[in-house]
Write a protein that binds this ligand. Structure first.
Ligand SMILES: [Zn+2]
Length: 306
């Protein structure tokens, strides 16, 4: 699908400060964990949905100060559900400690898994950030709903960033908790084998035509014109794909060469993530027969025009 009329996405990098509980809407409060980094922006956003009997979406990393900030903000209220979008270590590990403190059930994504089987010789070191200890009391799948006195959350399966990734629609506010699938501050990292570019693009398309007017992401501030932003993200990925194909046509064979050519002015800390992102595109392009490589696509493979 081409999107020749689409604009590039305009990213909003206004910082969202960690530590304090901020009311964002009648039904949503947010506390940002103190785990800021080039990958997590100013930290993971934990959202409190409802009041009195509430859900906490993405309890975040297992940082006692963050758990204490959540408990302090929720003094006098009851947490009925701890809801997890995906098993990255900046989103899910706080679930167990919050459960111990509140007795709430843990619901949401299925346990950690890769988007595909590991290739021969491939290790899961790419997956160092996966939380393999996460065990929900109940898994949520497409359309599954949980609810409280004034809120409902409906699961939307959105694999790509991670195979088990879920977004949660909040129909009472025409809002979507988009976790790491769509974020206003930056493009999401797609890192095989946990992530899959092909799945990601399908999950972007799945958002088209929905009626939410705001997305609340796992990092950074809201996406205010989500349909336009999703179209722009789609366009951005297809442009990157075209750049990669152009480098392959020009004779680049290795992922490092392509990263150097197309990521100009990249923060050196993000070089590894950029390599994984190019790898994710090449895996998708090989599957679609648009580039060739020997055997399974890999991070160290050589790629040629089809
Ligand atoms: Zn993530």
């Amino acid at each position: 699908m081409s999107d020749s009329s689409a604009q590039d996405p305009v990213f909003d990098t206004s910082p969202v400060a960690p530590g304090t509980c901020l009311r964002l809407s009648p039904g949503i409060r947010r506390i940002v964990a103190g785990n800021g980094s080039p990958f997590t922006f100013t930290g993971t956003c934990s959202y409190i949905v409802g009041s009195g009997k509430v859900a906490v979406i993405d309890p975040g990393p297992d940082i006692p100060a963050h758990r204490d900030a959540l408990l302090e903000a929720l003094r006098g209220e009851t947490v009925t559900h701890i809801v997890v979008s995906h098993t990255h270590r900046d989103h899910s590990p706080g679930a167990h400690a919050l459960q111990e403190a509140t007795g709430a059930v843990i619901v949401g994504c299925s346990p950690h898994r890769e988007a595909r089987a590991l290739a021969a010789g491939e290790t899961d070191t790419l997956e160092a950030s996966g939380d393999r200890d996460y065990r929900p009391d109940a898994e949520m799948h497409e359309g599954d709903t949980i609810e409280g006195p004034s809120w409902r959350l409906v699961a939307l399966e959105t694999p790509g960033h991670m195979a088990n990734h879920l977004c949660f629609a909040f129909p009472e506010e025409q809002a979507l908790f988009s976790a790491d699938h769509v974020m206003a501050w930056a493009t999401t990292v797609i890192a095989p084998p946990a992530g899959s570019m092909n799945d990601f693009m399908n999950s972007l398309d799945k958002l088209r035509g929905r009626d939410e007017t705001v997305y609340w992401p796992g990092h950074g501030g809201p996406v205010r014109d989500p349909q336009r932003f999703v179209r722009a993200l789609h366009h951005h990925r297809r442009q990157r794909e075209a750049s990669i194909l152009a480098r392959i046509a020009a004779g680049d064979q290795r992922i490092e060469e392509i990263v150097q050519a197309i990521y100009v002015g990249l923060n050196p800390m993000l070089r590894g993530a950029a390599g994984l992102s190019v790898f994710a595109h090449l895996e998708d392009l090989a599957m679609r027969g648009l580039v060739r490589t020997d055997g399974m696509p890999s991070l160290t493979g050589e790629y040629r025009p089809a």
